[in-house]
Design a protein around this ligand. Structure first.
Ligand code: DC
Length: 219
């Protein structure tokens, strides 16, 4: 059986930064499931489909072939054969991903891919429903969170560093809306699995969180 670490938590908690670093230190593959929902959202945006039109999204999602491949240890998302990594990290695509991920048919398609990947790969997978739904038997489960204002500040600083013109209040509002949607949807809402360890990163440095995670994995 493959060794799986499940990491869940709200937007901006530091999941991908931490999971990537732990993957490197423990020689595991890092699987970013948010990128798959983002690729599905990108597909809908490109096709001119309003995410609020659920029937159309369900019909169109059958035409989106999303796969992943690893190049020098980096996850590459292929959307109908095209490497779309460069288009996934915008706020527009992130918000559309949160909206599209509410639809059970979209989730079913991507969860199947995620389960298949983890079945024969030692990996650390991050998302919103990994410990509760995708990998209920993961050997280690972590719920990573932080105060919403701390998360907004981190996201704001990331955007500013990239040269994006933005406003902290707007970023905070976006994070709160995303939390609400992710935690209150009917299918696989974001919540801490009963057997997951809670790690609040509000007052911890990246290095401290990495060390705590590695200690948890060693038990
Ligand atoms: O982690 P992220 O910001 O890249 O995720 C984008 C959106 O995708 C997030 O707001 C909710 C959705 N998502 C999900 O529903 N389930 C996952 N396992 C991963 C992401």
């Amino acid at each position: 059986m493959a060794f799986n670490i499940a990491v869940d938590g709200p937007a901006g908690a530091g999941k991908s930064t931490i999971a990537k670093a732990v993957a490197k230190k423990m020689n595991l593959i890092y699987v970013d499931t948010g990128a798959m929902y983002r690729a599905m959202a990108l597909f809908m945006i490109r096709e001119g489909i309003a995410i609020s039109d659920t029937d159309k999204v369900i019909e169109k999602c059958k035409k989106a072939d999303i796969t992943i491949r690893y190049e020098d240890g980096i996850q590459v998302v292929l959307l109908n054969g095209e490497n779309v990594n460069a288009f996934l990290r915008t706020e527009e695509v992130g918000n559309a991903a949160s909206a599209v991920s509410v639809i059970p048919e979209v989730r079913a398609k991507l969860v199947e891919l995620q389960k298949a990947l983890a079945a024969n790969t030692d990996c650390i997978m991050d998302g919103r429903d990994i410990g509760t739904c995708v990998l209920p038997h993961a050997q280690v489960k972590i719920y990573l969170t932080a105060d919403s204002l701390v998360r907004a500040k981190r996201r704001y600083e990331e955007l500013v560093a990239k040269g994006v013109d933005c406003d902290l209040d707007a970023v905070h509002k976006d994070i709160q809306e995303r939390d609400y949607r992710d935690m209150n949807r009917a299918t696989s809402p974001l919540r801490q699995a009963e057997d997951a360890v809670l790690l609040d990163t509000s007052n911890l440095s990246v290095e401290q969180v990495i060390d705590k995670m590695i200690a948890l994995c060693a038990h």
